[in-house]
Every structure is written in C-alpha cells, then in structure tokens.
Design a protein around this ligand. Structure first.
Ligand code: SAM
Length: 471
C-alpha cells in the first residue's frame, strides 16, 4: 500500500502507485484542460505531485512541450539565476564486491586493474585538482568493506580537507559511496561532508534485483532506504539520481518524484540535488545491451520536468554527456556541472587521460579552463562557491532561503568572488579577460546596495591576495 510517510521502501516507492500514476498519465496525455491546469499550478513554482508531473511527461503535444521548456527555463532563471556551480569527481578506489551488471567495477570483471589510492596519492590528486581551480569534489568509490571500509573513506576526506597547496583548497567534499549504516552516516557528517549522494540506479524492484544480482547492493530496501538513514544521522543534504537507460524512463521519473515527496513529508526537506546520469560505454560494459536507452529529446524533457516538479532542488549533469547535450540541458534547469573530470583512480596525476581504471567513458573531455570559458561565452557565471553548508545553510534552512528568494543575495556575489579567485589563480589569459568583464557587468545585478559594496571591496581584497570570502 502506498504511503508517502512509510519508512519502508516498498511503501513509499509503491510499485502499484507508480503503475497507477502511469496509467492515469496515459489516460490524460491529451486532456488539454487537465494539462493546462497542471501547467498553471507549475507556474506558481511550488512544484508538482508525481501524478501531475507524470501527465506532463506523457504528453506529446508539441505546443505544450514547448510551453514546458519555456517554463523550465524561466524557473531555472528565477531560482538559480545564470550561475552554474562547478565540481569534479575524485575516484578513490575501484575495488568492489557488487555484481552491478552495468558497472565496470563489478566483481566478475577480472581484467580491470584494481586500484586504491594511498593517502599520499589522494593528496597528489587533490593538488592536481586544486591546480585546475576546483574547490568542490564528489568522492567516488566501489563498495568493498575490506579494501574501502568507512575508516578509509574518512581518512581520505581528512586528507582532502587538509591539503593546502598554493592558493588552493577543497572547501566542500560531497560523497558518493554505497548505502551504509546510520552510525557510518554520522561519522561522515562529523567529517564535514557536503551532500551525501547515492544513485538509486532503478526504482523498479524487480529490475533492480536483476541488475544487482550479487553483493550487498542487491538489497533493494537497504539501498532505497539509505537516504532515510542518512537523514536520521543528521545529513540533511542528500542527492538522488537514476541511471537512465536501465528501466523505462517514465517509471523512473515518477518514482524519483515519489522519493523526493517521501523525504519532504518525513523530514520537511526534499533532496538537495538530483543527478541525471545516462548509461555509458565502459570496460566490459556495452550500453547497447540495455534496451531502455533514452534519446536526447526525451532526456531534455525529463530535465525540464524535474526543474518544474521540484524547483528548489539542484540538478547535476556530469561529463558523461557531450558539450552539445550539456549546453541544451543546462538551459532547461541544471545548476551544477563537472569539468575537467577523470573517472579513473589516480587519473588527475597522469599527463594523458588513462582508460584502464575508468568507470565510464567521458564525453566532454575539455579542460576546466575550457569549460569555464565556454560557460561564460554562452551566458553563464561559473561559480566555485561552497558557502552554504559552511554557513550552516543546509537542509530546511537552505530550502526556506531558496523558497523566499533570499538565497540570491548570497549566491550571486559568492559566484562573482569565487570566479575572481579562479581567474586570478588558474585561468588562461582569454578566460581571465572574459571573466573580469563578466564580473564587472554582473556586479550591477547584485540588488542589495550594501551587499554589492562589500562584494566590490572583497574583489579588491582578492586581487590583493586574500582568499575565501563569502556571504
Ligand atoms: N559504488 C557506489 C554505489 O554503489 O552507489 C557509488 C559510486 S559509483 C562509482 C557512481 C555511479 O556511477 C553509480 O551509482 C552508477 O549510477 C554510475 N555508473 C556505473 N556504471 C556506469 C556506466 N557504465 N555508465 C554511466 N554511469 C555508470
């Protein structure tokens, strides 16, 4: 039985409710009156229920889809302005005991070189990332209680925060590791992590069990209830995601929203971010073997409808996607992107991109400087801001600031100040030139006079060598 407040995975992601919602969506996909009333509700920017949003996803009336894209773009502008937050993944270890059939780290893959970074190597990777200009990382690891126990992950986080190289610093470490216990989530919280990210991969229990035939990840309920344990441990910024291509996208979209509704209903705060990875070629993995792959058009529609259904939730796109797809999807609602990524263990210290331990092929292989330069040319402000969680603006505090629009008074100047740090310390001459002009222009868009003046003073201080200002 569906129960949004239940603590049981099969009740808050109830299969029958997903199926009933998809049936309802099919029955109403041409019901203009209903569609218009849902769009009207979406314009209030308070989000949509999984049923309402599923109707919009099923609708294939071109004018309505166009209307949805325009609304998604507008909501994105209203809540996130033209800022895009930058991050990079850091792969710590590809040892893994799971049997996930889409992932090259699966235990049966005997020809993939297994590697785990020593603390010295972690520091080396962090220096390389700092030298690119990164301030925010997402650490990634396979699941292996012997090779990558929680103690190892905690030690790595400690090392990452301690590396201070030239003007560099990693100021926010997000964590993407396997589902774990409340106790371990508490330890991660105490280590000062930003967001805890865990992709559901698929919400369909039957498919989930087939796609994860062996290992601890096989347990659907344990995996699906992980965010509840993280919340119970006090981590109030959690990141959801689906690996698109594994199951029918409409099922995933509906269930993803049900997961968000569950978190909101039980904890008063929805997910901090939603990631939208699509399955990619990797060692021992042929994406063609998964017959639910989605076209770019459907991918854009999903992104636009995530933006509309959960306006306050950040959306993340990685370098799994090409420059063209990233440009199109950023416009529709993405707020965070990775840049200059290497998905192999130890990859940042190699001069050439290594492929032997890569988790998946990267499509956007440009350097961080190229990505920053490109973002500015297509109208965005790349932001290296990490202020919110360092100022205690997490969970419902973040959400209420976001909902009231107040967050703009912090995010915009913070983006400008952290971009200036990047330009002064790491950028190419061309990027610097474009960036400084952009900062000058965007300063005028800081609405509050006092904030604008403090921001201007801080920019001068940054030029004089002082770092790490934030509102
Ligand atoms: N091992 C952890 C877990 O089980 O959740 C998380 C880290 S894993 C390194 C990060 C994510 O990469 C996975 O959750 C999965 O969605 C994604 N991934 C795995 N194989 C992939 C592939 N072939 N193409 C694209 N993404 C993939």
């Amino acid at each position: 039985m569906y129960n949004v407040r239940s603590m049981k995975a099969e009740e808050f992601i109830c299969h029958d409710e997903v199926m009933a919602s998809l049936e309802y969506a099919d029955a109403n996909k041409d019901n203009i009156e209903l569609i218009d009333s849902i769009i009207k509700k979406a314009r209030e920017r308070k989000g949509l229920s999984h049923r309402e949003a599923s109707v919009l996803l099923a609708c294939d009336i071109p004018e309505k889809i166009q209307e949805l894209y325009e609304l998604a773009e507008q909501i994105k502008k209203d809540f996130y302005g033209n800022r895009i937050v930058m991050f990079a993944p850091l792969y710590l270890s590809n040892y893994c005991v799971n049997g996930c059939v889409y992932c090259p780290y699966h235990i049966k893959n005997k020809h993939m070189a297994r590697k785990k970074l020593t603390q010295e190597e972690v520091a080396g990777e962090v220096k390389a990332l700092q030298d690119m200009g990164h301030k925010r990382l997402a650490i990634e690891a396979g699941e292996d209680p012997v090779n990558n126990p929680i103690e190892y992950i905690l030690e790595c986080i400690d090392t990452i925060y301690k590396v201070k190289h030239k003007n560099g610093a990693i100021r926010r470490v997000n964590v993407n590791i396997a589902a774990t216990t409340v106790e371990n989530y508490k330890r991660l919280k105490d280590a000062g992590i930003g967001t805890y990210i865990l992709f559901q991969e698929t919400y369909n229990k039957e498919s989930y069990e087939k796609l994860h035939p062996t290992g601890p990840k096989h347990d659907y309920a344990y995996h699906t209830e992980a965010m509840d344990r993280a919340m119970e441990a006090g981590i109030d910024d959690v990141g959801l995601g689906v690996l698109f291509g594994l199951e029918l996208y409409r099922y995933e979209y509906c269930a993803l929203l049900m997961h968000a509704e569950h978190l909101e209903a039980v904890y008063g705060v929805g997910p901090h971010t939603i990631s939208v990875p699509r399955i990619k070629h990797a060692d021992d993995i042929d994406p063609e073997a998964f017959d639910n792959s989605i076209s770019d058009e459907i991918f854009y529609k999903i992104a636009a409808l995530i933006r509309i259904a959960v306006p306050y939730t950040g959306m993340i796109i990685s370098t799994r996607e090409s420059e063209t797809v990233r440009e199109n999807i950023i416009k529709l609602g993405v707020s965070q992107i990775s840049g200059g990524s290497r998905t192999s263990v130890g990859g940042y210290c190699e001069s050439e991109r290594p492929h032997d331990t890569e988790q998946f092929d990267v499509s956007d292989t440009r350097s961080l400087d190229d990505v920053v330069n490109w973002l500015m040319k297509i109208g965005y402000i790349p932001s290296f801001c990490t202020a919110c969680y360092r100022e205690g603006r997490t969970g419902d505090r973040f959400m209420s600031l976001c909902k009231s629009g107040q967050i703009q008074n912090c995010c915009h100047p913070n983006a400008l100040m952290t971009l200036r740090e990047y330009l002064n310390d790491y950028a190419s001459e061309d990027t610097k030139k474009i960036g400084n002009m952009l900062i000058e222009k965007e300063l005028a868009n800081v609405k509050n006079d006092r904030v604008r003046e403090v921001c201007r003073q801080n920019l001068i201080k940054i030029d004089n060598g002082i770092r790490d200002f934030r509102f």
